[in-house]
Structures are given as structure tokens and as C-alpha cells.
Design a protein around this ligand. Sequence first.
Ligand SMILES: Cc1cc2nc3c(=O)[nH]c(=O)nc-3n(C[C@H](O)[C@H](O)[C@H](O)COP(=O)(O)OP(=O)(O)OC[C@H]3O[C@@H](n4cnc5c(N)ncnc54)[C@H](O)[C@@H]3O)c2cc1C
Length: 316
Amino acid sequence: MSNPIKEKVRCLIIGSGPAGYTAAIYATRANLNPLLFEGIQPGGQLTTTTTVENYPGFPDGVEGTELMNKLREQAVNLGADIRPGIATYADLSKRPYRIIIDEETEVETDALIIATGATAKYLGLPDEQKYAGMGVSACATCDGFFYRKKVVVVVGGGDTACEEALYLSELASKVYLIVRKDYLRASKAMQQQVYDKLNIEILFETNAVGLYGDKNVEGVYLVKRQGHPDEEKISLPIDGFFLAIGHQPNSLLYKEWLQTDENGYIITVPGSTLTNLQGVFAAGDVADPRYRQAITAAASGCKAAIDADHYLLSHK
Ligand SMILES: Cc1cc2nc3c(=O)[nH]c(=O)nc-3n(C[C@H](O)[C@H](O)[C@H](O)COP(=O)(O)OP(=O)(O)OC[C@H]3O[C@@H](n4cnc5c(N)ncnc54)[C@H](O)[C@@H]3O)c2cc1C
């Protein structure tokens, strides 16, 4: 990178989901003059969904994009400096920390808030894109409510898949758990709960290979024992297709410096957003393997700004 544009700020926020924008709102009001870079998905994951019914304060629900536009507007109105840009390199070896944006701007910061989210993993079927929001979901807590008394599939064989299947079994009339292997990877206790549920049926050694339906998902194409002589093709009518094969936290850039768990979630001091590096804070889904909700992300964005403020007060 030759002759980068250089800037120095007190508080840099990376990411523009509920966590990033909320951090910007609080950091601005604490006079930290935060600079926020929005990344490839301004507004974050909620901009990919339709109505959000579980964000407090909206009795009739709110469109994901509208909610995120309002959060952004609120931060801007308070004075936050919000810009397009992707963090492409991080040097957290010493303070002030150094982040490169779009390979052309070098920002030095005293406090860094990482709010880059976690991306759900998909199988990679073209139909997953085609029916996104039309029957395909990667979040039972978010979308399960729309499938009351309907038939759904959950793809996956680990703890998360079992949890999602159990959650959905209380809403849907029938849940098929599609498992690639001939066993579940979930804990024994979790497996037992799934086996005990009368409306969950597990289809082992089965791959989902496609979806069908006019506008919304109406069914899934399955292959049992794919590639074996006794391979079986099944077309199963369903209303919803839930992926539960994991998430990829967007923490790779900081891997060298920050402690993460085995799946890449940034580890924070319990009850706070503090990471193993002083002055670096992680908020939202990037540090949350458990809840991954807009409201929890927003709440941790608030915590991150307060944590950053406390840190900056004691490190003038
Ligand atoms: C389809 C769908 C529907 C959902 N529905 C609901 C719902 O109804 N209710 C609910 O509570 N939750 C819902 N969720 C979950 C919710 O969207 C997330 O929990 C929440 O958005 C997490 O917020 P976040 O701020 O941690 O990260 P995200 O919203 O994931 O935002 C991450 C941000 O980081 C930015 N970023 C990433 N890498 C970089 C980089 N290198 N440089 C700069 N920026 C970067 C991205 O551009 C993005 O702006 C849904 C999720 C999806 C996918």
C-alpha cells in the first residue's frame, strides 16, 4: 500500500448491524467522536429479511431494512461519522491499533469495537438463494413463528440443529431433521430430547439437494444414501427449510491477536465486551455463539461503547 490516507480517532467501530450502530449511538453521546465503517452489508443481516416481529418497540413489527435505516439515522443525527468501507487488514500488535480500510486508508485508533457479525452457513444450493425469505431460513428463533402448524425441515446433526428442531417442534405440526451421517453429533441429552418428541422425525444418511415451489418453498428434494447402490430419491412436501449447520463469525482479520473459540467467535470477558486485548471490544454476533438476535446484538453494542468509554477515561 503506497501513500495511504492516514487518520487517527479515539474510537473506531467496524460493522453496521444493530451492534455497530448502537455502539455508534452510545459512543457519540459519550463524546468519543466514533468513526464507523459499514462493510459490505450496510445495515447488516437484518437488511436481508422482511418483517421483524420480535424487536421491542414495534407493536406491528418492522421491516428489517427500515429498522436498520432508523438506527443509522439516529447515529448520524447524534453526530456519528459513518462511512462506507471494508476493514481489510488489522495490526493489533501495539497501541494505537491500526486498521486498514479498503487497502487505502490507515486508521489509528485508541479503542476498537469489532461488530462484524456472523454469517450463517448454507449448503450451497442455488435454491437456497432463490427461496431466501420465501421458506428458507437460518434462524428458527427469528422465523419459526411463521410456521405454526406447518411442516418444516431442519438440516444438521449437531447441538444447534437439535435445539432448532426442538424449538420448531413446539410451533410446527411436523419437523423433519435431515442428517447427512447415520448418527447425531449432538450431546446425548439433546439427542434424547429429540428422540422423545413425537413430531420430530430424523432422516439419517440423507442430503437435501434442491427445493421446489411456485413462489414459496413447497417441498424439498432429498437423496438417501447418496452414491450407494441402494440410493433413494425422495420428494418431500414442506413449508419451511431451516439451515442449522453453523455460522462463520467474521473475526478472521483479528485471529492473530484475539482469542476465539474453536468456531471463531471472539471470546469476551463474561458479562462485558472486553477481549483479551486492552482497548479492543467485541459486540454482537461475532462474539455470541448463543443468542444471535438483533436485540442482543444492539445491547452488546451499547455495552461495547460504555466499555470503550471507561477504557479511554483511564487511558488518556
Ligand atoms: C434472514 C435473517 C433474518 C433474521 N431475522 C431476525 C429477527 O426476526 N429477529 C432478530 O432478532 N434477529 C434476526 N436475525 C438475526 C440478526 O439479524 C442478527 O442477530 C443481528 O443482525 C446481528 O447483528 P450484528 O450487529 O452483530 O451483526 P450483523 O447484522 O451481521 O452486521 C455485521 C456488519 O459487519 C459488517 N462487516 C463485516 N465484516 C466487515 C469488515 N471486514 N469491514 C467492515 N465491516 C464489516 C457488515 O457489513 C455488517 O454491516 C435474522 C438474521 C437473518 C440472516
